[in-house]
Write a protein that binds this ligand. Structure first.
Ligand SMILES: *Cc1c(COP(=O)(O)O)cnc(C)c1O
Length: 374
């Protein structure tokens, strides 16, 4: 990791805020177990730091997407013994079954074949192995489709060979509280649950689902986005705190006049005598090229619009209206703050907060507030 004075930018992750958001979700869940989705390096914010802090907050159910993410997390949480459950959303690859058992990873089983294979692995280990069984109720992405679901319901013997911790499904439109698909998916999952011989625990809600209310909560929730300060539901008000601050360093300032253009492609023409500041962040740092001539940086309360194209390592801001001493080389410009949030930047770039965080990359100097040793 680059040292602060060498880095072009500083990314500050406030783990206290993640803990606060976890607490808010827990209070909405009113006693239902609150897990945490920490896939993709905890949405770019640091798998190890985020997970250890959540563990300290009482979280014991962690979801990752990939086997390797699960292995890293098991290593990160090694001092916490085996009380943390680690679920792998993308399932168990053929041949990785023994590794899952050895490292205590719990697969989310997404197809019949996989369920059978996990049952066979259990025979080898002389005990049914823990798993979550995922049913596709309308997302058409992962999970048993209608055909496979019907097959499984007609012959449930394969389920008795595994230790089903939960059955689950995933909502496609949980961010839109009035979308009819939410209700339809919930009903489909209930219907499946009713047709199963055993009374399994259920997990349905991601962040958006938590905000949809108690009929979506069941026994285990799986929020990700809301933990990290991303707006994940039209019902999510300012009860969820911003978690990250992103600052970039001014390298140089210059005066330009009206016969100049700025940056690659000369996409910005100077229309008045202006002062520009060049900042050491670019699309290589997750400052999307789509922010060219659209996004902004902030110096204190002053907005400084991005002019010209964002390049790989650099971005140019119009700082004409900001006092000169506040824009000197070395000054740090905010791109993500309390008042210019992940979702604000996402809107300017035509994307979603999820992509903003996972695109951040690792060229920053990173600071953690509220870390496990603090
Ligand atoms: C990513 C993911 C989640 C978390 O979703 P958020 O919208 O970030 O809360 C939950 N469940 C599954 C299956 C996922 O893939």
């Amino acid at each position: 990791m680059p040292r602060p004075h060498h880095a072009g930018g500083i990314l500050t992750v406030d783990l206290n805020k993640i803990a606060e958001n976890y607490g808010r979700l827990k209070s909405l869940l009113n006693g239902v177990t609150c897990g945490a989705v920490v896939k993709a390096d905890a949405y770019g914010l640091g798998l190890s730091e985020v997970s250890q802090r959540l563990f300290r907050e009482g979280c014991r159910d962690f979801f990752v997407a990939l086997t390797d993410e699960g292995l890293s997390l098991r290593q990160d949480l090694r001092e916490n013994g085996s009380s943390a459950r680690i679920y792998v959303l993308n399932g168990v690859e053929r041949g990785a079954e023994d590794l899952f058992v050895e490292r205590d990873l719990i697969p989310v089983l997404n197809q019949l074949d996989e369920i059978k294979r996990w049952g066979v692995a259990g025979d080898r280990h002389s005990k049914p192995l823990p798993a979550i069984v995922n049913f596709d109720t309308g997302m058409a992405r992962l999970g048993l489709d209608t055909l496979e679901t019907d097959k499984l319901l007609a012959d449930q013997s394969h389920l008795s060979a595994i230790d089903v911790r939960y059955i689950m499904s995933h909502l496609a439109c949980s961010d839109e509280s009035d979308n009819e698909l939410n209700n339809q998916q919930n009903n489909k999952l209930k219907d499946i649950s009713d047709k199963l011989d055993k009374d399994y625990s259920v997990s349905l809600s991601n962040s958006g689902g938590v905000f949809l209310g108690p009929e979506y909560h069941y026994q285990l929730a799986r929020p990700g986005a809301a933990l990290y300060g991303i707006k994940s539901s039209d019902l999510q008000t300012n009860q969820i705190a911003q978690v990250v601050r992103l600052q970039g360093k001014i390298l140089q300032t210059r005066f330009v006049d009206t016969n100049m253009t700025v940056g690659y492609g000369a996409t910005h023409s100077v229309i008045r005598n202006s002062r520009l500041a060049t900042v050491a962040l670019g699309y290589g740092d997750g400052l999307f090229r789509a922010l060219s001539n659209r996004g902004s940086g902030y110096i204190g309360e002053h907005r400084a619009p991005i002019v010209g194209r964002v390049s790989m390592d650099l971005v140019t801001l119009d700082v004409t209206d900001i006092p000169e001493q506040e824009t000197a080389p070395g000054v740090m410009v905010d791109f993500l703050t309390q008042h210019h949030t992940v979702d604000d930047l996402a809107r300017d770039a035509g994307t979603i907060g999820y992509e903003v965080l996972t695109a951040l990359g690792n060229r920053y100097h990173r600071r953690y507030i509220g870390g496990i040793s603090a």
